[in-house]
Design a protein around this ligand. Structure first.
Ligand code: UD1
Ligand code: UDP
Length: 355
C-alpha cells in the first residue's frame, strides 16, 4: 500500500498525475487529506476535475498557526498510518501538511518520497523553507523538478537520493489544457496573491494595491480566502474594490485557472506554482516576493521580481509589464522536463524497490 499525504490546493494538482500513473501500474494506494484546505473551491473541485477519488481519509485539521496545523496533522496522521502500515509515503511540496507527514513517517520508520525535493529559497523567514529542509532531510528519495533543485540537494549532502524527474505540475498542465477561458474575451493580466509575506502587514498590502493601480490592462484576480480576509481586517477591501481595471473573483478550479493563464499576456503573482506555470502557458511573470525561486526563469528574464515597497523596483516592473506579450509555444522556456515526470518517478520507485 502506498499512501499520498496532501492537504493544500497545489498538492492536489501535483498528486493527480502520480496517482493515475500508479493506478495504471496496478499499485494499491490511498490518499490522506489533512484538511488544511477545506473550502470546496480550494479542495473538492480539484479532486472532481482531475479524476482523483474522494474516498480518502480527511483529518480536518483546518486553519490555525503553523504549530497548530502541523501538530493536529501529526496526531491524525500517526493514527492513520499505524492502521494502514504502508510500504511507502509520498509527500508533496512544502506546506505544513508536508512537514507533518515527514515527521510522522520518520518516527514510524516508513520510507518516504518527496515530490518537489531540493527547492530552496535560503530565506529562513519564508515559512515554507523549514518545511522543505526538514522534509528533504527526512525523506528517502527526492524527485527534483529542475537541475537547480538537484544542485541544492547536492550542496546539503543529499545528492545520492536526489533524482531529476522534471516537474509534475507540467504533467498536470499538459493533461488538462487546451481550452481557452470562455469568461474573458481579450488578453488579460492574471493575478494571484496569497503568501504570508504579502498578507501579514497592512503596509505591504497597501503597497501591492498601489502596484495594481499602476498596472495597465484588465486584471483578473481569483483571490485566495486568506488575502480576502486580511484585506477586510485591515480596512482595505473598499479601496481595492474601487479599482476599475481589477476584477476580483472567487478562487477558480484548475481547468478555469489554466484557461485563464492561456488568455493572459502577463501573470502577476506571489505563488510558487503559478510563477512556474506561467512558462508552460506562455505568459511572462511579475513575481511579488523577494525570494529566489525558479532560478532559470529569473535568469532568462521570464520572471521579473518586483518589490512593491520600492519605487525604483516598481518603475522597472511597470516597463516589464507594459512590454509583456503572449509567447508562442516554440519560444517558451523548457526547464521543467517533458511532461512525463510521474512515469519517471514510478520508474525510480520500482528500480530502488520502494514499491
Ligand atoms: C498554504 C501553505 C502555502 C501554500 C498555500 C497554497 C503552509 C505554511 N502554507 O498557505 O505554502 O502556498 O497553502 O494555497 O502550509 N482559508 C480558508 N479556507 C481554506 C483554507 C484556508 O478560508 O480552505 C483561510 C483561513 O483564514 C486560513 C488562511 O486562509 O487561516 C491561511 O490558510 P493556511 O492553510 O494556513 O495557509 P495558506 O495561505 O493557504
Ligand atoms: N490555482 C487554481 N485556482 C486558483 C489559483 C491557483 O487552480 O484560483 C492553481 C494554480 O494554477 C497552481 C496552484 O493552484 O497550479 C498553485 O497554488 P497556490 O498558488 O495556492 O500555491 P503555491 O504554488 O504558492 O504553493
Amino acid at each position: 500500500m502506498i499512501v499520498h499525504i496532501v492537504g493544500n490546493r497545489p498538492q492536489f494538482i501535483k498528486l493527480a498525475p502520480l496517482y493515475h500513473e500508479l493506478q495504471r501500474r496496478n499499485y494499491e494506494q490511498c490518499i490522506i487529506h489533512s484538511g488544511q484546505h477545506y473550502d470546496a473551491n480550494l479542495s473538492d473541485i480539484f479532486f472532481e476535475e482531475l479524476g482523483i477519488p474522494q474516498s480518502h481519509t480527511n483529518l480536518q485539521v483546518g486553519s490555525g498557526s503553523h504549530a497548530e496545523i502541523t501538530a493536529r496533522a501529526m496526531l491524525g496522521l500517526e493514527t492513520e498510518l499505524i492502521k494502514l502500515a504502508p510500504q511507502l509515503i509520498i509527500l508533496y511540496g512544502d506546506t505544513d501538511t508536508t512537514l507533518a507527514g515527514a515527521l510522522v513517517a520518520a518516527k514510524l520508520n516508513i520510507p518516504t518520497a518527496h515530490v518537489e525535493g531540493g527547492i530552496r529559497t535560503y530565506h529562513k523567514d519564508n515559512p515554507e523553507e523549514s518545511n522543505r529542509v526538514v522534509t528533504d532531510h527526512l525523506s528517502d528519495i527526492l524527485f527534483c523538478s529542475d537541475k537547480a533543485s538537484v544542485e541544492c540537494a547536492q550542496k546539503e549532502g543529499l545528492g545520492e537520493k536526489a533524482f531529476l524527474t522534471g516537474d509534475i505540475m507540467y504533467d498536470t498542465f499538459l493533461l488538462s489544457t487546451g481550452k481557452e477561458s470562455q469568461k474573458v474575451q481579450e488578453d488579460i493580466i492574471l493575478m494571484t496573491w496569497h503568501r504570508q509575506e504579502n498578507t501579514a502587514s497592512k503596509e505591504r498590502m497597501e503597497s501591492i494595491i498601489r502596484l495594481i493601480r499602476r498596472l495597465e490592462g484588465n486584471i483578473v484576480c481569483p483571490l485566495h480566502p486568506r488575502t480576502q480576509k486580511c484585506l477586510k481586517n485591515y480596512g482595505l477591501w473598499e479601496d481595492i474594490m474601487s479599482i476599475k481595471h481589477l476584477e476580483i473573483i472567487e478562487p477558480v478550479g484548475y481547468l478555469e485557472m489554466t484557461a485563464l493563464m492561456q488568455r493572459a499576456r502577463l501573470i502577476v503573482t506571489d505563488s510558487g506554482g503559478v510563477s512556474k506555470e506561467s512558462s508552460f502557458a506562455g505568459a511572462k511573470c511579475l513575481f511579488m516576493v523577494d525570494l529566489d525561486v525558479w532560478d532559470d526563469l529569473v535568469k532568462s528574464g521570464w520572471i521579473w521580481k518586483v518589490n512593491p515597497e520600492c519605487e525604483g523596483s516598481i518603475e522597472a516592473a511597470l516597463s516589464f509589464a507594459k512590454a509583456a506579450e503572449r509567447v508562442a509555444k516554440e519560444d517558451r522556456p523548457q526547464y521543467y522536463g517533458d511532461g512525463h515526470a510521474a512515469a519517471k518517478m514510478v520508474d525510480l520507485l520500482e528500480k530502488y524497490s520502494y514499491v
